[in-house]
Design a binder for this molecule. Structure first.
Ligand code: GLU
Length: 425
């Protein structure tokens, strides 16, 4: 597999796709799956690479590179977000598409896995440029997406407004309203209650179960949040609201703010909105992101990007529970170190599955043209997250495996069964 022109060996620790394949191989061996299945699930089923010309505000044309990867559709149409990021790579999108397959399977959603990405820096683009890029992306990929084919959603640096433009563009091409083509839309145009904070809320339901398992009282438990963005800021405010946790440190790309007595996530959010960073929030001490990860806290929540807990720092992680709200924050080597240390890890495709779960609820509401109340969304989400955690914990005990491997076993088994029933192998 081509890996952005760099030898795979050089990237073995950090290339997310190499990491995803390694996790897959590992699970295939434990499960002793059919060799055909093993080969199929290592690679995406389909991917397209596009160039998107966008008229910039100064009149010039800039061409952006984009991708859409469909990893597996054995369980249903592909599902997964679209990221707008300057460091996006095809391999990252491939890995993320695979993780979506396992995420949807683990949550028992009738969906497969996909992911999209565009190499761009939305922080440096005007709203008009972003709208033209979003519409341009759909113009290039409309033939592979669709309500019964592949349904995108928000991810890193994309939001409900971007989803609204994309849905509108797809509807124009289709010649009819197509709310079901995308999820994470604004409420007024087919969005679901509870989608905006679903990733955080879903992960916190899992954390509640994990804390019960570890006999950790969440009231007053200390939490460090790495990455105070979309998911991270909701993790902070909801962990306090739902369980009375004490948020002692949060970070963003500029550094971290720490106060052993606790921070107010809502005020911190406001400080970040005004100053652009969590750093220098009054009454806090500046620490580095690395220092935040190694704090002596009850729960560590990686909430940003890949490769945050690695072989370099895993041995120094002191948290009782690591809750992966981000996708791919822990490398496989670091996984083993954490497991040996007795850290209870909530793997990404379990812990952050609340987003896609409410996305699925949004699809169901769109198809039925009947919308649920907030309470119904939360109750259904809680049920799904709790059931998924229980199934992973059971397997981890039965096979004496770490939680990520156990989650893979649950997820891969279901996809393998679907592939076999469909006669793919
Ligand atoms: N981007 C989110 C994820 O990685 C949500 C995907 C979705 O809602 O389809 O799970």
């Amino acid at each position: 597999m081509e890996s952005q022109g760099v030898a795979v060996e050089e990237l073995a620790v950090v290339n997310p796709f190499v990491m995803a394949q390694k996790q897959c191989d590992d699970c295939s061996s434990i499960l002793n799956v059919d060799p055909g299945i093993r080969e199929i699930i290592r690679e995406p089923m389909q991917e397209i690479h596009v160039s998107i010309p966008v008229r910039m505000d100064d009149g010039s044309i800039k061409v952006f590179k984009g991708f859409r990867v469909i990893h597996n559709t054995a369980l249903g149409p592909a599902k997964g977000g679209i990221r707008f990021h300057p460091d996006e790579t095809a391999d990252t999108v491939r890995a993320l598409a695979a993780w979506m397959t396992w995420k949807c399977s683990l949550m028992e959603l009738p969906l497969g896995g996909g992911k999209g990405g565009v190499i761009c820096n939305p922080k440096e683009m005007s709203p008009g440029e972003l709208e033209r890029l979003s519409r341009g992306y759909v113009e290039r990929v409309w033939h592979v997406i669709g309500p019964d084919k592949d349904i995108p959603a928000p991810d890193v640096y994309t939001n409900p407004q971007v989803m609204a433009w994309m849905m509108d563009e797809f509807s124009k091409i289709a010649g009819k309203n197509q709310f079901g083509v995308i999820t994470g839309k604004p409420l007024r145009i087919g969005g679901s209650f509870g989608r905006h904070d679903a990733t955080a809320r879903g992960g916190l339901y899992v954390l509640r179960e994990a804390a019960r398992h570890c006999r950790l009282n969440l009231r007053g438990a200390t939490l460090a949040i790495q990455g105070f963005g979309n998911a991270g800021s909701y993790v902070g405010s909801l962990a306090r609201e739902l369980f009375g946790c004490c948020i002692v440190a949060v970070s963003d790309s500029k550094g971290a703010a720490y106060n052993s007595m606790g921070l107010d996530p809502l005020l911190l959010n406001e400080h970040k909105r005004v100053t652009g960073s969590v750093v220098d929030y009054p009454g806090t001490e500046y620490i580095t992101q690395e220092e935040l990860l190694e704090l002596d806290v009850d729960v560590l929540c990686p909430c940003s990007l890949e490769n945050v807990i690695t072989v370099e720092n895993a041995a120094r992680i002191k948290a009782t529970i690591v809750a992966e709200f981000a996708n791919g924050p822990t490398t496989p080597e670091a996984d083993s170190i954490l497991y040996e240390k007795g850290v209870h890890l909530l793997p990404d495709f379990l812990c952050n599955a609340g987003g896609v779960t409410v996305s699925y609820f949004e699809m169901v509401q769109n198809f039925n043209m009947f919308y649920w109340e907030e309470k119904e969304v939360y109750e259904r989400l809680d049920k799904k997250m709790t059931a998924a955690y229980d199934s992973v914990l059971d397997i981890s005990r039965e096979y004496k495996l770490n939680m990520r491997r156990a989650a893979y076993i649950v997820a891969v088994r279901r996809v393998a069964e679907a592939m076999q029933l469909r006669g793919w192998v």
